[in-house]
Design a binder for this molecule. Structure first.
Ligand code: NAP
Length: 521
């Protein structure tokens, strides 16, 4: 039996009871580790984080906490090679795909370290400017932001064990709020190892960062009113969290990042031989195949002018045909596996649902796997589906197949395209492709209410653009409606979730002293 990974709770490493759940190599099926959260004293874990961890973090200024993030970056960088090995073994990702998770996390933390340093030696943040409450201005109001006196519980999805942890922990720790991370079971190893390395380096004060690996039972029951929960995962689990007593009765603040049927839209001015057309094709192929399509931001729906439907199908299909699929340890392999056989089954069943209302334009399931046994490995070839009647299909706008699958659809005019995109009922990201900057600006605003991010690709920035699905810490991540209604990142906006806003009404001299006033601990 593989090693049972311990949990870091109440400042100690604790093994859960029983044999635990096995984590597998999704390519070979070999057991790589075990996790168990059974029997853990969650009440003590949460109390220790809230009191010991929270007090220690709040005693520091923003600049001091930013320096801690910088120290975490150094620890993670020093252990990068081990993380790549774990990602290959437990997530089945190629080196390039592991980088999105591992180096993406390090980059994001580094950004928050830099932005946090600029906040200086303050213990509270002022929000906006002061307002006069009386006629003579002697009595004033100033809004302040102070760190919430609770814990931040992170419940994360399986596809980003590293980035999912640190893109949340960066803003939380910088805000002065201790973290309890619960990685998704299937890929928990990487998050657990990273926390272990940071703990061993003694970078953070005791109680600032805990990790619970294994089942989620009891986590939500441990929440108290000043705690916050940041969740990434499926809409079904999100609904359970939203309905929990801690949220309904205790007003525990919740951020939800759920699934999303994201779009890519080629503007009507593009021809089949235009650069915009090629940029769309390249981006769709990249988004379909990076991390085997297991990105919440991946392109799921491709909208092109009706006259370009066949050309787009041919161009995308040809490029997908060149993608080699199999064991990520083999250098010839461009796309590794899904994270588990369970996901493999989920992708197959989602594909069947979509195929009931769409044609298969490129079928990667016929491709031979490199160095992998199709009966064991969670590898699936890329698939391009298409429907010429996107108005009559509901599943293509509803069902997110969390794998290398996207659906092409034609539109008549831009109003039709916008209506189709909105049938996703709120998404994380839409990308636009064209050369007319005025038309792109109009379309971007048109889609900004239904997409958390609009990524606009034009020939002028073809080389510099950061990618439809790449979540940059400078930009908002989250989307309305079925995408969960959450907001993460967006530079220092991310700190808002971990702070409480209060209005201080006082004489001007008191207001003058607010930013320099340390919090009572
Ligand atoms: P999931 O089944 O909802 O699991 C997500 C997390 O919730 C896991 O840590 C899981 O733990 C935990 N969980 C399950 N049941 C729970 C409960 N009753 N109470 C508390 N926690 C519970 O989702 P998934 O299948 O892992 O993730 C894939 C989905 O995530 C996709 O639909 C994808 O679109 C979405 N996603 C969204 C984003 C985004 O940023 N918007 C990013 C990545 C993924 P166990 O693993 O132990 O079951």
């Amino acid at each position: 039996m593989a090693e049972l990974l311990k949990n870091l709770v109440a400042g100690s490493w604790v093994a859960g009871k029983g044999p635990g759940t096995a984590l597998l190599d999704p390519v070979t099926g070999a057991e790589v580790a075990r996790v168990s959260s059974e029997g853990i004293d969650l009440a003590s874990a949460f109390t220790h984080a809230r009191t010991t961890g929270g007090s220690a973090l709040r005693a520091l200024t923003y600049a001091q906490r930013a320096a801690l993030l910088g120290e975490i970056v150094k620890v993670l960088q020093a252990n990068r090679d081990a993380y790549y090995e774990i990602a290959t073994a437990n997530s089945g990702t190629t080196r390039n795909d592991s980088a999105v998770d591992i180096d993406g996390a390090i980059f994001t933390l580094g950004q928050f370290a830099k932005w946090g340093a600029a906040l200086g030696d303050a213990n509270a943040l002022l929000d906006g400017s002061r307002a006069k409450l009386g006629k003579d201005g002697a009595f004033q109001s100033q809004h302040v932001l102070v760190p919430t006196r609770g814990v931040a519980l992170f419940i994360n999805a399986f596809n980003f064990p590293s980035w999912g942890l640190w893109e949340k922990a960066g803003p939380a720790l910088l805000s002065g709020v201790p973290v309890i991370a619960k990685p998704a079971t299937a890929t928990a190893w990487l998050a657990q190892r990273m926390v272990a390395d940071v703990a061993a380096a003694g970078v953070l004060p005791p109680g600032a960062l805990s990790v619970v690996c294994g089942g989620s039972a009891g986590l939500l029951d441990s929440l108290q009113p000043f705690d916050v929960v940041s969740f990434t995962g499926s809409a079904d689990t999100a609904a359970i969290i939203r309905a929990h007593r801690a949220v309904v009765a205790g007003s525990v603040r919740v951020n939800i990042e759920a699934d999303s049927v994201n779009s890519a839209l080629l503007l009507p001015d593009a021809a089949a031989d235009s650069e915009a057309f090629s940029l769309l094709v390249r981006e769709v192929v990249r988004e379909t195949t990076v991390k085997s399509g297991q990105k919440c931001t991946a392109i799921r729906r491709i909208l092109v002018p009706a006259s370009l439907y066949d050309a787009a199908a041919a161009a995308i299909g040809a490029k997908l045909g060149a993608i080699t699929v199999g064991n990520p340890r083999n250098e010839k392999v461009r796309m590794g596996s899904l994270v588990s056989r369970t996901q493999f089954d989920a992708v197959k069943s989602g594909l069947n649902q979509l195929r009931a209302q769409a044609d298969v334009l490129y079928d990667g399931s016929k491709q031979e796997l490199v160095d992998a046994d199709p009966a064991v490995a969670a590898c699936v070839g890329p698939t391009l589906l298409g429907t010429r009647e996107p108005d009559r299909s509901d599943v293509v706008h509803k069902v997110e197949v969390f794998g290398p699958v996207s659906t092409l659809m034609p539109y008549r005019d831009l109003e039709h395209a916008y209506a189709l995109i909105r049938r996703g009922e709120g998404s994380l990201v839409a990308s636009l492709y064209g050369a007319d900057t005025q038309a792109l600006a109009r379309a971007a605003l048109e889609l900004a209410d239904s997409n958390g991010r609009v990524h606009v690709i034009s020939p002028a920035i073809a080389q510099q653009q950061t990618g439809h699905g790449n979540v940059m810490p400078q930009s908002l991540h989250g989307g309305p409606g079925r995408a969960g209604g959450g907001e993460e990142l967006g530079g220092l906006r991310a700190l808002g979730f971990y702070h409480r806003r209060a209005a201080i009404q006082a004489e001007a001299a008191v207001i003058d002293g607010l930013a320099a006033t340390p919090l009572a601990l």
